[in-house]
Design a protein around this ligand. Sequence first.
Ligand code: OFO
Length: 174
Amino acid sequence: MIGKKMQDAMNEQIKQELGSSYLYLSMAAYFQSSGLDGMARWMRAQTQEELVHAMKLFDHIEDRGGKVKLLALTQPTTEWASPLTAFQAAWKHEQFISSRIDNLVELAAEEKDHPAGILLQWFVTEQVEEEASVSKVVQLLERVGDSGNGLIMLDRELGARVFTPPTTADAAAQ
Ligand code: OFO
């Protein structure tokens, strides 16, 4: 059975993950309306990944006899000054999420909540990947600068990203 403190903290984190999903969907809309369909596709894939993160926490609470409580989401930003600004905001957001995961790991240790600790290790690893993938795009955009052709090529490259839903093996490894 999950403890009340961890349950509340995970419910808050479900909100953060859904908030991430909402933010990236807003970025997808921004890119799409800017004619950058590849970046929009990249953000759509990211939106789906965030839903997977939220559902991992959702299932963990449910599996341990807790109660999922969905909290209100704040409206995400809808406009950015440039693709670089949008990806920089995404990178900053991922760093914020990593700090929240670190807090949850510490709470699991304090509460001696080993099942939560094991689940959260997955999130720790995932956050390293999340930060790395967004920061790589930031670096590429910085290098492209004002080159229109460079932006078009990068957009094409980012558009190759496809969302891969978790497999049953992934679920079993949780
Ligand atoms: Fe982007 O990792 Fe979840 O929020």
